[in-house]
Design a protein around this ligand. Structure first.
Ligand SMILES: Nc1ncnc2c1ncn2[C@@H]1O[C@H](COP(=O)(O)OP(=O)(O)OP(=O)(O)O)[C@@H](O)[C@H]1O
Ligand SMILES: [Zn+2]
Ligand SMILES: [Zn+2]
Length: 800
């Protein structure tokens, strides 16, 4: 028997299956999805077993040296998914598989085998490894006798043993002492009546189904340690170690919630979802529901159905909205059936949550992007909330999009996938229009609550009227009014995109590229404006091309500056500032939000991180300080992002009984992405934006690939970039595919590496993946030496 192994060496040459002999004793034990240690040249390294075969075509193969898992850490589905993912993202198979297992398992920590039963219940040959009070290391058992592995594997399956990583962490409290009856049928009369306390314990244990921890028992029965010890000595009860998970939410009380009666619209959208669940059909739904329309309740009830059918649920939410408020809603409905995965967890906590999934101790996982790889085997529904969020795309290798993975898994399990958003991505909405996805609209807020009234303030006008402050008269008046009434306000400042573009403060004019319809970027060193798509360059103007004013300059200020200004104009206002600086420490994000929730501040001032998920009844005013800053990022999605963000921020106001009001300050109030927020008209925005994309040839009309080339020497970057561009021009279909560049990247130098990029726009290019692979292969030697980097991003979201 031989095993086909992907080894832990991330290079192109080793990105293939290697053959290793399976030792006789390990046949039928080693399965696909198990990790092994194999000799590789002079070293011993880890690898994933992908497949097993009768024999090898090679005549000399080395044997597997050690086994790292008793049960596969990757299911058959995940093995196939990894293969597909590495093809689609042009990355190493190894990297794809490593995405799917928790970091704790990739570190070099020791494993121990934990006894979950009495020693005498083990086969005789294993008993000696388990001395009372001593830890049993995996390596001692397995490497001693190869045949032990098979035994251990069986015992793990039967639940008598468990293999556990020793992830050492601060505050690590992994096990507790537990007790249970030695003989569940013990007669109470056997214990002398004078030992009343002992009788009480035995009586209690006879009644309880689950083992109880010593600590809990002491508290419950008001008894002492001595009584327990006496019972253990007499052999009536057993004391043992039991794992307690590191629970990130320990101590947090979740109020149990029950399904709400659905509104008519909610009823209409849930029906097709339940249909596809029951008939085991893979459909992708786009749940387009305005802010506050009750999408979450639809998710909850659809998940409920999946669980009733004995299937599992995966829910993705953006990292930024994985707040206790969000987690609460899932834990409140499904309690301990929910595992939560997000980047705020420690390595050990993540490992614990992941194991709960693998062992089927939970049925629902709520998590950020990587939770899409949850090792469930009977998935019944996959939900991606806020599907338009770009954080669902991973920006490092493998550069995958969680939506694509969701659809792969949905089709594997023949189950529905729900993409939900108040402002769907253009790509998804276009697919829904073409009936690739099924559109499910929720057009009104729950209980007919009004959408907030939006007013756009023209900041050019303010300047003309002599107001040079960053707050318009209207916004300032409204803020004062809310403070007087004891209501709350949210002030949103967009930090992205500052000081890359130049704008006329008199007329709002922003210079754009005449070829690409993309904002030009200011380059300080040459004092010029450049296009990062095609390379077009022009001189920095001294006067506005549109109105002749000389008020043409950079734009922007930070949250700290806004806060200072705010306390100057509104000295009595209590302000909570939320930005990267104030939320650096673990837990500070939640602390600030709950302080605001308790009404300890009048104004919440913040960046992107306050744009979504907030559901506070007293927020009646939302102010957006500079709506334009995102609009002029050199990115073809900038209008889409602006509309989405404005709509999301507006959605925070007036979600409950009090009416909401939104003030958007802008230098380009007539731009459709700002103008259309007034009427909350997504459909109209979609039409406008689609026509722009059509003219300029951007997704969803074409697909894109971004190739980034970097090297410490500028000349080398330029030569390689030019070679790549001309190779592409030769290989791709001239009539339907466009190659843009090479051109310096928006961030032209990072960490002393010069950066250039090429872009491909295509509709249908059957040889694309193959050609890109060829490029990777061609520069393999330079790349291995670490100097040159050529990174390929299929369907890119970041153009820096
Ligand atoms: N059927 C219902 N009956 C009564 N209240 C409901 C119902 N469905 C949802 N709600 C309530 O309406 C409010 C808004 O719902 P929810 O937060 O789910 O909306 P959403 O569409 O997810 O909004 P957003 O996109 O802004 O996050 C919540 O307070 C929720 O509890
Ligand atoms: Zn251009
Ligand atoms: Zn002007």
């Amino acid at each position: 028997m031989i095993a086909k192994v992907i080894v832990d060496v991330p290079t192109s040459q080793t990105d293939r299956l290697f053959d290793y002999a399976v030792p006789k004793e390990w046949e039928n034990v080693i399965q696909p999805g198990i990790r092994v240690v194999v000799p590789f040249g002079p070293r011993k390294i880890q690898g994933f077993v992908i497949d097993l075969e009768k024999e090898s075509t090679l005549n000399k193969i080395k044997p597997i040296e050690d086994v790292l898992d008793v049960v596969p850490v990757l299911t058959q589905e995940l093995l196939e998914l990894g293969e597909w993912l590495s093809e689609q993202t042009l990355s190493f198979k190894l990297s794809a598989y490593q995405l799917m297992i928790p970091a704790a398992m990739r570190t070099k920590v020791k494993k121990e085998i934990v006894l979950l039963t009495e020693r005498q219940n083990l086969p005789a040959s294993l008993q000696n490894y388990f001395e009372p009070g001593k830890k049993t290391l995996w390596s001692d058992v397995i490497l001693d006798q190869k045949a032990n592995l098979k035994l251990v594997q069986e015992l793990v399956r039967e639940g008598l043993l468990e293999v556990r990583y020793q992830v050492e962490e601060k505050g690590h409290k992994k096990t507790a002492r537990y007790i249970k009856l030695a003989d569940p049928n013990v007669q109470l009369e056997e214990i002398p009546t004078r030992a009343a306390k002992q009788r009480e314990i035995v009586d209690f244990l006879k009644e309880s189904i689950e083992p109880i921890s010593v600590q809990d028992l002491l508290k419950k029965l008001q008894t002492t340690r001595q009584v327990i010890t006496a019972l253990v000595k007499k052999g009536y009860i057993h004391e043992f170690e039991k794992e307690v998970y590191r629970d990130p939410l320990a101590g947090v009380q979740f109020e149990q919630t029950t399904p709400l009666p659905l509104t008519e619209q909610q009823q209409q959208v849930i029906e097709p979802i339940l249909d596809s669940l029951v008939t085991k059909q893979h459909d992708t739904f786009l749940l387009h529901g305005v802010t506050g329309s009750g999408k979450t309740e639809v998710y909850l009830q659809a998940i409920d159905k999946a669980l009733q059918l004995g299937r599992e649920a995966i829910v993705l939410v953006p990292e930024i909205s994985l707040t206790p408020q969000m987690v609460q809603r899932f834990k409140g409905r499904f309690g301990s059936k929910v595992a939560v995965l997000h980047s705020g967890l420690s390595m050990g906590e993540k490992y614990d949550e992941w194991r709960k999934i693998l062992r089927k101790e939970v049925e629902v996982v709520v998590g950020a992007r990587s939770a899409i790889f949850a090792p469930f085997t009977n998935v019944g529904i996959i939900i991606i909330d806020e599907e338009h969020e770009t954080s669902y795309k991973q920006e490092e290798n493998p550069k995958y999009h969680a939506r694509d993975v969701a659809i792969f898994r949905g089709s594997y399990h023949q189950c529905p996938v729900i993409l939900g958003s108040a402002t769907p991505s253009l790509e998804s909405y276009a697919r829904a229009k073409k009936q690739v996805y099924q559109l499910l609209p929720l057009t009104t807020r729950v209980n007919q609550r009004a959408m907030p009234a939006v007013e756009v303030v023209d900041m050019r006008e303010e300047l003309r009227n002599g107001n040079r402050s960053m707050f318009s008269y209207t916004l300032l008046e409204m803020l004062k009014d809310r403070i007087e009434k004891g209501e709350q306000s949210v002030l949103f400042l967009n930090r992205r995109g500052y000081s890359t573009f130049v704008m006329c403060r008199d007329c709002g004019y922003v210079a754009t590229c005449e070829h690409c319809d993309i904002s030009l970027t200011y380059h300080r060193t040459q004092h010029s404006l450049k296009c990062h798509y095609c390379g077009h360059e022009e001189k920095m103007p001294n006067t506005c091309e549109s109105c002749g004013s000389d008020h043409i300059r950079f734009f922007g200020s930070g949250t700290q500056k806004v806060e200072e200004e705010l306390t100057r104009v509104l000295p009595t206002a209590r302000v909570i500032r939320m930005d990267i600086d104030t939320t650096r420490r673990k837990g500070s994000h939640e602390r600030l939000l709950s302080a605001f929730g308790r009404g300890e501040a009048d104004i919440l001032l913040g960046t992107q991180m306050i744009a979504k998920g907030l559901d506070f009844p007293k927020i009646t005013l939302v102010g957006v300080l500079a709506a334009d800053s995102m609009l002029h990022i050199p990115d073809f999605r900038s209008a889409e992002r602006t509309f989405q963000l404005m709509e999301q921020v507006s959605g925070r106001a007036g979600r409950h009984d009090l009416e909401g009001k939104v003030i958007i300050q802008s230098y380009t109030p007539d731009h459709y992405s700002i103008e259309l927020v007034k009427s909350h008209d997504y459909e109209h925005f979609f039409k406008m934006e689609m026509s722009q994309r059509k003219v300029a040839l951007y997704p969803p009309y074409v697909f894109m690939v971004l190739i980034n080339i970097s090297h410490p020497e500028l000349t080398k970057v330029i030569t390689v970039s030019e070679k790549i561009a001309s190779f592409l021009k030769r290989e791709m279909q001239e009539s339907t595919t466009t190659i843009l560049g090479p051109v310096a990247s928006p961030l032209a130098r990072i960490k002393d590496r010069y950066r250039y990029q090429c872009m491909i726009k295509y509709r249908n290019e059957p040889r694309l993946l193959e050609t890109l692979r060829e490029i990777q292969q061609h520069f393999i030697r330079d790349m291995n030496q670490g100097q040159l980097q050529v990174s390929i991003d299929m369907h890119p979201y970041m153009f820096t």
